[in-house]
Design a protein. Structure first.
Length: 417
C-alpha cells in the first residue's frame, strides 16, 4: 500500500484514532487537536464517512463508500460506488459468487484487520487510540495487533465511552472475558466518569494505566462562553421543557416520562414541551396516547442539527433527561452552560459531580412520580432555578470547558509520544 497522506507537521508526534468516523463525539474530541503540533489520522470502523469538512485524513472501511471523496484526505478499503449506476453483468455475477462462497462478515473483518495492520506498519504512529468498547474498536485493534505482531509500534490508549461501555457489560461474564485482555494489553485508559475507573479496577486495570487527565467529557467539552451568551432571559422567566432523548432504548425508557408529564400536567402549565429524537415507532405510538390537551403544548422532532438543539437549550427552563445507564451525559453539561435546570437520574456516574437542589433535580427513570415531582419543583420554584443556574455556570467551567481541556489534552498526547 502506498501511503498518499501527507503529514502537516513532519517530525511531530503521530496519533492514529480507531473508531466511528460518523460519530459527532469523535468529531468534537479530535477537533481539540486542530492547529496543534500533532499529526492525526482516523481509521474508521464500517460506517458513514465523516463530513467533507472533517480535516483529518481518514481510512474508510465501509463496503460501499460514495464517489467523490477527496483522495488527499480520504482513503477507501473498497472501491467507491455510484449508487445510480449498476455494475456490469460479469461484476454482478462475481459479487454474488463471492457472497455465496465467502462468510461475508468474516472476510470483511479479516480484510479490515489486514489494512489496519498495514496502515500502522507504514505510518508508525506514536499513539494508537481506540475509541469505545461498543462499537468494538478496541477488539479490532487487539486482533490486528496479535495477528500481525504490532505490539512494538506506538502506545495504546483505550478511550471508554460513558455508561454504555461498562455499566452493563461488567455483570456479564462473557463480556468481561472479552474486555479483560484489552485492559491487560493497553498502556493508558481515558474515561468520562469516575465510576468507569472503579469498574476497570475490578477487572484488573492498574492505577498506572489511568490517564492523568482524569474524567473528561467524551466530546472534549463544550464552548461554555458561547452557550451561556446565547441563553435567553433568566431561567425563571422561561416556560419550555426540553426533553432531548425522547425515545426508548437499552439505556433509557420514554413511557415513565410520559406518565410523569401526565401526573404533573395540572401543576406545570402553561409550558411548552420539546421532544427530540423521537425516532422509535413504539415511542411515537405511546406519545399519541397522551391527552390532546398535553399534545397541543408539545413539539416533536426526530433529529435536529446540534446548533438548533443548543438554541433550544438556551430557551429552556428545564432539561429533562432521566436515564437507566449513562456516563456524564452531554445534555447535563449543555443545560448547565445554558441555565436550564437539569432533571437527571441519580446514577453513580453522575452523583459524584453534581448535587441535588444545588445543581440538579434527581429522578429515577422508572419512577413517574419522581419525574413528576421534579418537573413541578423546577417549573414553579423560581429561586431554585435561578440560583442553580449561577452555580452551574461556575461548575461547568470546572468540568467541561473546551478552552481549558484542549491544552491539557494536547500536552497529554505529546507527553505520550
Amino acid at each position: 500500500m502506498k501511503d498518499h497522506f501527507i503529514d502537516p507537521h513532519p517530525g511531530a508526534p503521530k496519533i492514529l484514532f480507531i473508531g466511528m468516523s460518523e460519530s459527532s463525539h469523535n468529531h468534537s474530541w479530535l477537533r481539540l487537536l486542530e492547529g496543534a503540533n500533532l499529526n492525526v489520522r482516523f481509521f474508521s470502523l464500517p460506517a458513514l464517512p465523516p463530513p467533507d469538512d472533517w480535516p483529518f485524513p481518514t481510512y474508510i472501511t465501509t463496503t460501499r463508500p460514495p464517489m467523490g471523496l477527496d483522495p488527499t484526505s480520504r482513503s477507501c478499503l473498497y472501491k467507491p460506488v455510484n449508487p445510480d449506476r449498476q455494475p456490469f453483468l460479469l461484476q454482478r455475477v462475481w459479487n454474488r459468487l463471492w457472497r455465496l462462497l465467502t462468510p461475508a462478515k468474516l472476510a470483511q473483518q479479516e480484510r479490515m484487520q489486514a489494512w489496519l495492520a498495514e496502515v500502522i506498519r507504514i505510518w508508525q504512529p506514536d499513539v494508537i487510540e481506540t475509541v469505545g468498547l461498543h462499537p468494538p474498536a478496541a477488539e479490532l485493534y487487539l486482533r490486528a495487533r496479535e495477528q500481525y505482531g504490532l505490539q512494538g509500534i506506538g502506545k495504546w490508549v483505550l478511550h471508554t465511552r460513558g455508561g454504555s461501555d461498562l455499566t452493563l457489560a461488567r455483570h456479564d461474564p462473557e463480556q468481561v472475558d472479552r474486555i479483560v485482555p484489552i485492559i491487560k494489553a493497553c498502556n493508558q485508559i481515558i474515561c468520562d466518569n469516575y465510576a468507569n475507573f472503579d469498574y476497570l479496577r475490578a477487572m484488573g486495570a492498574r492505577e498506572t494505566q489511568f490517564s492523568s487527565l482524569g474524567p473528561l467529557p467524551g466530546t472534549g467539552g463544550l464552548d461554555v462562553d458561547l452557550l451561556s451568551s446565547s441563553a435567553v432571559h433568566r431561567p425563571s422567566s422561561r416556560r419550555m421543557i426540553l426533553w432531548p432523548k425522547a425515545y426508548d432504548f437499552t439505556y433509557s425508557m420514554a413511557l415513565p416520562v410520559f406518565e410523569g408529564i401526565k401526573i404533573a400536567w395540572e401543576r406545570i402549565q402553561p409550558c411548552e414541551i420539546i421532544m427530540l429524537y423521537m425516532v422509535i415507532d413504539s415511542t411515537r405510538a405511546w406519545y399519541k396516547t397522551l391527552p390532546e390537551e398535553i399534545r397541543r403544548s408539545c413539539r416533536v422532532h426526530d433529529k435536529l442539527p446540534r446548533d438548533e438543539v443548543f438554541a433550544l437549550m438556551g430557551r429552556a427552563r428545564v432539561a429533562l433527561a432521566p436515564s437507566l445507564v449513562d456516563g456524564v451525559p452531554n445534555v447535563l453539561y449543555e443545560a448547565m452552560a445554558s441555565g436550564a435546570m437539569p432533571i437527571v437520574s441519580p446514577l453513580e456516574t453522575i452523583t459524584p459531580i453534581v448535587k441535588q437542589h444545588e445543581n440538579v433535580l434527581f429522578a429515577r427513570n422508572l419512577y413517574p412520580h419522581e419525574i413528576a415531582d421534579a418537573l413541578v419543583r423546577a417549573m414553579n420554584d423560581d429561586d431554585l432555578v435561578d440560583e442553580a443556574a449561577k452555580r452551574n455556570l461556575v461548575r461547568v467551567r470546572e468540568l467541561a470547558d473546551r478552552k481549558t481541556i484542549a491544552p491539557r489534552v494536547i500536552q497529554y498526547y505529546q507527553s505520550l509520544a
